[in-house]
Design a protein around this ligand. Sequence first.
Ligand code: PEP
Length: 661
Amino acid sequence: MSERVLKIVMQVVRLILGCTFILSGFVKAVDPRGFSYKVEEYLQAANMDFPDWMNLPLVAAIVICCAEFVLGIYLLLGLRRKFTAVATLIVCVVFTIISVLLVIFHPVHDCGCFGEFISLTDAQTLIKNIVLLGLAILLVRNPQVAKPLVPEGWQWIVSLYTCVFIFVFCLRSVYYLPLIDFRQYKVGADLREMVFPTHDDIKPEEISDFMVLDTLSEDQTAQILFKKEPTILIIAPLLNEASTGVTEKLATINDWCRDNGYDIFCLTASPLKDIRKWCYYNDAEYPFLIADHTLLKTMVRSNPGVMLLRDGVIRNKWSANNLPEVEDASVDEKELEATAGNNGKILLKILLWYLLPMLLIIMLSNLIKKRKPKLPKLLKVSNDADDTNDSYDSNNSKNSITTKNTKTMRQKIVAGNWKMNMTLQEGVALAKELNEILSADKPNCGVVICTPFIHLASIAPMLDTSVLKLGAENCADKEKGAYTGEVSAAMVKSTGAEYVILGHSERRAYYGETPEILKEKVNLALANGLKVIFCIGEVLEEREAGKQNEVVAAQLKGSLYDLTAEQFANVVLAYEPVWAIGTGKTATADQAEEMHAFIRAEIAKQFGQEVAENTTIQYGGSCKPSNAKELFAKPDVDGGLIGGASLKAADFKGIIDAWKD
Ligand code: PEP
């Protein structure tokens, strides 16, 4: 599959997964209490007991719907792509296992994947989850393909705002009633028509199982639904679980009904002894009717809740936390009836509360990222952390360059590139010698030796990595498999190496490594936890034609610009004018500085100023102890990639010491 096609496919995969998770999280968040009943069914089916006070089903319901919504947003915006891909896969695996169990054992009726919004059969749920699982596997295999819509530094705002939004929305739905009623008993529903249909074309799902009995088990359904007077129904599925904090308010409603010609009943599924207890302790004077427990829980998501019926039509509903205010006897009866369409407006408002700030964040963050950077004019090398007031977060504060007008810093690194030199024994001896020298006389910069593959496993255990780190000179552009002679990034990492040089001009020139191949290598190296020393640089003809900037910019773009800022933080750049490598011809310090400043500006354009300021840019090309100091004194030169001079401990140490005063 070509890269373009893969990109499109992965965008579609993200879109489908993201929208599915957002939808399923949001519709559950509309009615978390309803979803908690489903969770309770699952827990009971699994024979899991939990103490009543924990309200585990409700807590689990809130956690699940928040997690689904947040995951959906992460998928859609391409945030924390690897983590998101793995999390999605785990969720899809769990969901698929559950749906297989549903098909085999039918432990619950209706999976509840989309709350009460869409009802799926067990088979449909299984098919849906298998499809999602397939997409999640695709995503895990290509997590980095799509670009994040929000730059790295801004993603935490998006995450925080999304979590707070969905959590508050859930709590609101629990405290009041669901903003949108997906059930039969929504405001405006004609119960009379649903129970006693007068026309034949009523659909089965519209037929209601609403039925109420008096305490003598006489059916009172018709009497309630055909009453002339408006009727208030207090709905308390189980009285011993009902909130007793509202009993005074219920008494006031009872008085108001009596004074205003309303009928009032309390519908419950509780046994008679609980009804008596309730009346005795709460001075409840309203009459009681008996109805099915599930029916009552479906009618109002509150215990107790209140419902207003007129002409058999549900005119309004209230939760225990939001009961009608009828203390004032002159309350207008019309005020009690919900205005049609009101809920839609509230929902729109709530969505805008999320969407508008989100759009603003996305636009603002991308605008700031794209803004042409202004490079700080004055940079100075600081070998002493106390020189400045800057705060340091590096392990070795001395290995940093600070800018005068920003608080950024970056590591100085001198890296050796041994190339195809030295036998195993010679290499081990040189590494040992360097390790001893640097342990005795600590460097003022990071030091890395990049060796042939065959040296890595032998050298790695010998090094004191606080003074000397290890890297490879190359790695494969394939993950693993039948690629005779190749060494993968994972294999390099497994030796204990931490770095890998990629994009060296010799590999570009002699082994045909194109920007696309290098992009693969970079991605694999980073995915396997290696830091990349990425080489860029022009050949002599290009410099003579004045094309050096163009060439270097294209090399950066061709292999690195699909990375996130987070990934790019693990890339060290090495500017190596090809005409200076191994030729004894060094770029002048000013030539190097000019190019390094240009590279930093390019990085700032792509990843932002802060990332650019933190990027280590080494110079490479006939760097020796005699010219290192002058080169490293330049504000944008953060160390060197050293070829020939890294093969002798004394020369290499001389270059490392250029960072000392
Ligand atoms: C190199 O190959 O990366 C290099 C800079 O070589 P030299 O120092 O020998 O020019």
